[in-house]
Write a protein that binds this ligand. Sequence first.
Ligand code: MG
Ligand code: MG
Length: 259
Amino acid sequence: MAIRLKSRKELDLMRAAGRIVHEVHNLCRDMARPGTTTREIDDAAQALIDERGARGLFKNYPTYQPGEGFPSTLCISVNECVVHGIGNDRPIEDGDVVGVDCGVQLNGWCGDAATTILVGHVAPEVVTMCEATEHCLQIAIDQIRPGKRWSQIARLMQKYAEDRGYGVVRDFVGHGIGSTMHEEPKVPNFVSRELLKNDIHLRAGVVLAIEPMLTLGSREVKTLDDGWTVVTLDGKASAHYEHTVAVVEGGAEVLTDGR
Ligand code: MG
Ligand code: MG
C-alpha cells in the first residue's frame, strides 16, 4: 500500500484549500434555517468556491453505474441520510440535523471536511449522538502521532461510540488525501480484519481524511434509487464529522480548521 507523504510546503497548500472548506461550512451554518432549501445552500457554496478560484471536488464525481456523476457541489445529508445527500427543494425544518460535506481543490491540492449542523429544537438523543460523533473525530486528532498504528486509534473511536449504543457505519470510511481527493489508504472508523492485516503506520507526512459516521439505531445503510443518497436502513438519524488531518512530528495538524 503506497501512501504518498506530503512535504511541509504541500501541507500548507492543502491548508489553503482547507480554509475554503471551512469558509463553506460557516456559510452553511449561517444559512441552515427552517424554510431554506438544501439546494439554496448548495448554490451559495458553489458561488463561494468559484469566488475563491477553487474547484469543488464532488460535482460530477463519477459513478460506477451508467448515468450522471454526482449532481451537487456539497453532500448535504439531512436526518436519516448518512452521506452523499443531494441538494434539493425540500425546506429545512426545525429539529433537522443537516450534514454538510465539502471538498475543494485549490492550486492542485485538496481539502475535505464535514460537519453536522443542528437546526433549532433537535431531539436530545440526536444532539448527544452528534456530540459523540464529533468526539470520535477529536479522539483521532488527539491520538495521532508518528509511530502509532491506525487500528489503535480506530479501536478507541469504535469503543467510544459502541459503549454509548451508537452504530458505527461500516460501508463508508475515510481516506488518504493530497493532490487528489481519494488516495491510499482506506481509513475505517472501526477495527476490521482487513485493517489488522494491512494496518496504517502513522508517520510524519501522512495525510488522512478522517470521517466518523454514527447512527442512532442500527449501523446498516442503503443507497436510494438516485444512486447516491445513503440512508439508515431503520430511518433513524445519523451524524458525520470529518477533518483533513496531517501526521506531523509530535502529533496531528488539522488542515481544515480554518487557520
Ligand atoms: Mg468529505
Ligand atoms: Mg472524505
